[in-house]
Write a protein that binds this ligand. Sequence first.
Ligand SMILES: Cc1ncc(COP(=O)(O)O)c(C=O)c1O
Length: 346
Amino acid sequence: MTLHIASMLKGQRRHISFHTPGHKRAGADITELSYSDCLVHPVGVLREAEADIAKQLGAAASFILTDGSTSGVFSMIHALKAAGGTCIAVPVFSHPSVWHACKIMGLRVRPIQQTAAHGIPLQPNEQALHAAFEEADAVLLTSPDYYGNFPPLAAARELADKFRKPLLIDGAHGAHLHFSENYAGRYADLWVDGVHKSLPALTQGAVVSAKGEAWAKLLHAGVLSFRTTSPSYPIMASVEYAVKYPRNLAIEEASEAFKRGHGCLINADWSKILIPFADTSVAERYLEAHGVYPEFNDGNYLMFYLSPCTRKRHLKKLGRLADRLEKGQVPSDAPAGAIPMYTEEQ
Ligand SMILES: Cc1ncc(COP(=O)(O)O)c(C=O)c1O
C-alpha cells in the first residue's frame, strides 16, 4: 500500500529554507509548501492519505489530527452543537476532554452513571443507554476504555437508530480495532481513533471520522476550529503509516494466552493487560528495575499497553517477572482512581 506522505517526504529535494520551522533544517519536519500540500484545504498527498484512511476505517470522511484525540473530541462535539444538539449523555468516567468540550461549547451534560466491579468502572449497560438516548440529543461512549472493556455497541447503534439521535464514540484507546467486530467506526456516526496510543504512530497522532456526508461536513467545520494550523509532517506521516499497518494476529493471540496464564483481569481487548499485584507499587518498582515499564498503576492493577509492534519475547519477559511477584485480591467496590471521575474543578 502506498504511503503518500512518507513518499513525498522521502522524495524531497534539498532546499534552502526561508520558511518555518525555525530550525531551518531539511528533513521530515517541514511545513505546508507547494509540494507538501496543506491540511486545511488538502489537494495533494494529504488528500490522498485522508481518503485512504477513510476507506480503511469505513468513514465518509476522516481527518488527520496532530493534536491528539482531544482535538477530535472537541471537533465531534462542535459538530453535534452545529447540528442543533443542546444536551449530550456521557458516562461519568469519560475523559476530561469530553467534559471540557461540553463546557466550552455550552452543551448540557446528562451523566450516565457507571458502577464498578473488580476495582474498575464498568461500562454502562443497555438499560442505562436507553434512558440516556431518551433524555439527551446524543450519546457519547468511550470504546474501549482504559481497562479494555466495551459498551454494548450493537445495542447502542440500535438505540441511536430507534431514537434518530447520533452516537459519538471516543475511541482514544481503540485505533488498533479497525479490523475487528467491535471497532467504533462500525457503530458510531462520529468517532475518534487515538492512533498514537495503540498503533505505531508518533505521540499526538490521531484521526476523527464521520459516517455520512452530512456529519462529514459538520465534522470538517469542527476540525477547522480545533486543529492546529501548523500540523507536524512526521506525525501526519506516522498516522498514515499506522492506520495502514497490518494486523498482528500472533501478538493478539499471545496476549490472550498471557492473560489466561498469569491471573490477569479478564477483559475484551487484547491490547490491554491488567495484572492485580498484591502490592502494585512494589511490583512496579521491581519491574522497572528490570527495565519493564507499565502504562499505569491504579493501586489495584498494573496496566500493560500492547500494540501490533509489541514483541512476543517482551511479553514472555513480563510473564517471567510477573510470576515472581505476589498477586492480589482485587476489591469489588469503587475503582482505585487511575481514571478520576470528573469534578467541576477539573
Ligand atoms: C478515553 C480518552 N479519551 C481521550 C483522550 C485524549 O487523548 P489525547 O491524549 O490523544 O489527546 C484520552 C487520553 O488518555 C483518553 O484516555
